[in-house]
Ligand binder design. Structure first.
Ligand SMILES: [Zn+2]
Length: 449
C-alpha cells in the first residue's frame, strides 16, 4: 500500500503535525503495525431506509413458526438490550393469528411489535404493551375480559405516536458505519427535502449521526449548517421514464440553484436518457454524477470521459447480486455489467457507494469485490473489470464534494477524519478497521487486537 512510518498529531479536530518523531503525550495511540488512512466516504447511501431496515425484521414469505422465531431472534441479537424489535410481513400460515401470549413465548425479554402481511394488524408482546404508557387506550386496542390481547387493529397512527417509533434511530447505523471506517456519507435519496433535512440535522445535532454528511435530494432541499448540499437527484425509472425535455428542465433548474445533478442510471435506457437530457440542458458540469452505472455499453465510455461525468459505482452488488446478474442479463450485455477497469482506463472519473440498504453497507466487502469480482457462489463476474487494490480503495477516499477528484489525504491542516486498518486482517478477509476517528474524536475502537 506504500506510505511511511510517521507520528501524527491531532488537535481541535485537525491534523496539526506529521513527522518521523513527535514528542510523546498522555494520549498516544500506537498503531502497532497498522496503516493510517483518511476515513472512508460512502458516496451513495440511504440513511433513513438503512436505519429502518436495521431495526426491522422482515418475515416475508416465512410460513412456519420455527422460521419466524429464528428470524426474530437473529434480528434481536443485533439490537441493544431493551430496544424495540419491529417485525413486518407476518404471514398467518406460520402460526395463525398471534396474541401477546404467543409473542411472549417467542420473545419475552424485549418489546416486540409485529405487523401482519396486510398491514392492518400490529401485535405486541407484554413488554411492548408495557411501553404504551397509561390507559385509557382507544378502541383499536383489542380486549378480552378487559385485558389487552396484544392486537391493535388499524392503529398505526396512534401506535407510532405512543411509542415515537419514527424516525428510526440513526445512532446504531452511524456506529455500525464507524466500525467499517466510514467518516463521510452522502445520502442519495431522491425525495430528500425540508423534512428529511430537519430530521438529519437533528440527528447530527444530537450526536446520533457522527459522520460528515452530504445530502442529495430534490430542488426544494434547503442548504443547512449540519450538512453539505449535494447534487439534485434525478430518479429515472426504466418502467416510467420521463421525457427528455422534463429532465433537461430539471437540470436547468439545478444549474440556476448552483447545484450539480446526479442521475440514477441502472439500465442503458436510463443512461441514454440522462445523456440526452444533459445535452439539452447545455452539457455536463463538474460534479455531475451517474449513480450505479450498472450497465454501460463500451460505445458510451468515451462520451462519459469527455463529459467529465463521475460514475458512482456499487461494487458490493457484484458480491451480493452477481449470481443473479449472471443468470438474468443477456450474454451480449454481461461485459457491460458493473464496469470499473475499462472506465478507469478511459479516464472516466470513478467513486463508489454502498447503496445501502439495497447493497451491503460494509465497504470492505465492496472493495474486495472490486478487486476479485467474485459473486456469492464464487463465480467471477467480468474479471477483466477488476481493479488493483489501491485503485479500489481510492474509490472510497474522494471528497464527497468532488467524489472522484483528488483523494482526501492525511496532511497537516486536514480534518482529523482517519481510520487505522490492519493489513493482515484485510488479507484474511476480516474487517480490517481497528479505529475510526472523526474530527479528532475516537468513534470506534476495536477491542480485539
Ligand atoms: Zn440508491
Amino acid at each position: 500500500m506504500g506510505g511511511a512510518l510517521v507520528d501524527v498529531a491531532l488537535r481541535g479536530g485537525r491534523i496539526i503535525a506529521i513527522a518521523s518523531r513527535l514528542p510523546p503525550t498522555s494520549r498516544d495511540i500506537d498503531s502497532a503495525g497498522c496503516h493510517l488512512l483518511p476515513g472512508l466516504a460512502d458516496h451513495h447511501i440511504h440513511l433513513l431506509a438503512t436505519a429502518a431496515r436495521m431495526t426491522s425484521a422482515s418475515l416475508d414469505g416465512l410460513a412456519d413458526e420455527r422460521a419466524v422465531k429464528l428470524r426474530l431472534r437473529a434480528h434481536a441479537h443485533a439490537l441493544p438490550p431493551g430496544a424495540w424489535l419491529r417485525a413486518t410481513g407476518y404471514d398467518e400460515r406460520a402460526a395463525g393469528l398471534p396474541n401477546r401470549a404467543m409473542l411472549d413465548a417467542w420473545m419475552p425479554d424485549r418489546p416486540l411489535r409485529l405487523q401482519d402481511r396486510t398491514g392492518a394488524l400490529w401485535v405486541l408482546n407484554s413488554a411492548g404493551l408495557a411501553e404504551l404508557g397509561n390507559e385509557p387506550w382507544p378502541d383499536c386496542v383489542e380486549r378480552e375480559g378487559g385485558l389487552p390481547t396484544g392486537r391493535i387493529w388499524r392503529g398505526d397512527a396512534w401506535l407510532r405516536e405512543r411509542i415515537q417509533a419514527l424516525p428510526p434511530s440513526l445512532a446504531q447505523l452511524s456506529a455500525k458505519l464507524a466500525t467499517h471506517g466510514i467518516t463521510c456519507i452522502t445520502d442519495a435519496t431522491a425525495h430528500n427535502g425540508p423534512a428529511e433535512a430537519a430530521l438529519l440535522t437533528d440527528a447530527v445535532a444530537s450526536g446520533a449521526l457522527r459522520q460528515r454528511l452530504t445530502l442529495m435530494g430534490r430542488e426544494e432541499l434547503p442548504a443547512g449548517t449540519s450538512y453539505v448540499l449535494g447534487p439534485v437527484k434525478l430518479l429515472l425509472d426504466e418502467r416510467d421514464l420521463p421525457d427528455v425535455e422534463t429532465i433537461s428542465e430539471r437540470i436547468r433548474a439545478a444549474r440556476a440553484l448552483g447545484r450539480s445533478v446526479a442521475a440514477h442510471a441502472v439500465t442503458v435506457s436510463e443512461l441514454l436518457l440522462f445523456l440526452a437530457a444533459l445535452d439539452g440542458a447545455g452539457g455536463a458540469c463538474p460534479g455531475d454524477r451517474i449513480e450505479h452505472g450498472s450497465l454501460i455499453p463500451a460505445s458510451l465510455i468515451p462520451d462519459l470521459a469527455a463529459a467529465g461525468l463521475t460514475v458512482v459505482a456499487n461494487p458490493g452488488f457484484i458480491a451480493t447480486r452477481g449470481d443473479r446478474y449472471m443468470a438474468q442479463v443477456p450474454p451480449h450485455e454481461q461485459a457491460d455489467l458493473h464496469r470499473l477497469a475499462s472506465l478507469a482506463k478511459a479516464g472516466v472519473l470513478l467513486a463508489a457507494g454502498s447503496d445501502a440498504p439495497y447493497g451491503p453497507p460494509d465497504p470492505w466487502i465492496a472493495i474486495r469485490a472490486a478487486v476479485d469480482r467474485r459473486t456469492a457462489s464464487g463465480a467471477h463476474l467480468n474479471p477483466a473489470e477488476a481493479l488493483p487494490h489501491s485503485a479500489a480503495l481510492s474509490l472510497w477516499l474522494g471528497d464527497p464534494a468532488t467524489p472522484a477528484g483528488l483523494p482526501r489525504t492525511a496532511v497537516v491542516g486536514a480534518p482529523a477524519d482517519l481510520c487505522i486498518i490492519d493489513p493482515r486482517a484485510m488479507a484474511e478477509g476480516e474487517n480490517p478497521v481497528r479505529m475510526t476517528i472523526i474530527a479528532g474524536d475516537i468513534v470506534f475502537a476495536s477491542s480485539g487486537r
